[in-house]
Design a protein around this ligand. Structure first.
Ligand SMILES: [Zn+2]
Length: 237
């Protein structure tokens, strides 16, 4: 089993690509090992069969340079916040030993996303307990960062994805059953919202805040400790 630098955990296939695909691609380009754990197979989605979405997720993962991808086949639109599901994720964390875990933000509109962030956090905790009933050695990720589809304010830091943005869009394009037909694609998020326009607008807006072409925003619960404020990026005036 691979030892990962970073593992992103999300409820549905394509959540990871759309939200934190740029960071995962950046890391893979630096020869760091990245992984994606999808909790459901998106079987309640309006478009595409389960087989379509399974093969699309594999193709998207290859485009992002993932070293690992897994799907826990929990019930789509009914992801339960329970001990059984916490243990399933905790076992993956033990198996893959990520140092960084990326979870959905803790405030969510979609119940699956909310369950995912709570399950993911608890699983990170449980995986580090010695006496818990899991296989393998205890492992606790050192850092958890959070992503959001909808929030563009109050984030903790930005990641420059200018060199990875096109690849990120290509990875999302791999989900042809969802996004090939523009009219269908506009029914996935809010009515009328095209996923590629959404990604472009958001990443450009965030990029402008940092003086780069495209960026992704992340949230953390801890403080950020800086060694050298003299060399902090982004000029004040
Ligand atoms: Zn989702």
């Amino acid at each position: 089993m691979v030892n990962l630098d970073a593992l992103a955990i999300a409820a549905h296939p394509d959540d990871i690509e759309i939200t934190c695909g740029g960071l995962l691609i950046n890391m893979a380009k630096q020869n760091r090992k990245t992984g994606a754990l999808d909790l459901t197979r998106g079987e309640m989605g309006t478009f595409g069969t389960q087989a379509d979405r399974d093969s699309e997720a594999i193709a998207a993962g290859e485009m992002m340079g993932l070293a690992y991808r897994n799907n826990l086949s929990m019930a789509d639109s009914a992801v339960a916040y329970n001990q059984d599901n916490k243990f399933k994720i905790a076992q993956v964390i033990r198996d893959t030993k990520p140092e960084l875990v990326i979870l959905p933000h803790w405030e969510q509109r979609h119940p699956d996303h909310l369950a995912c962030t709570k399950l993911g956090y608890d699983a990170c905790f449980l995986a580090g307990l010695k006496k818990v009933d899991l296989e393998g050695d205890p492992h606790r990720p050192r850092k958890i960062i959070y992503i959001s589809y909808s929030r563009t304010a109050d984030f903790s830091f930005l990641v420059n994805i200018s060199d990875s943005f096109k690849q990120k869009c290509d990875a999302v394009s791999a989900y042809g059953s969802q996004f090939d037909n523009p009219e269908n694609a506009k029914r996935i998020f809010q009515p009328g919202l095209d996923v590629f326009e959404y990604m472009e607008t958001k990443a450009k807006f965030l990029g402008q805040l940092a003086g780069v072409q495209y960026a992704e925003s992340y949230f953390i619960k801890e403080s950020i400790l800086i060694d050298d404020p003299q060399n902090m990026p982004i000029a004040s005036i």
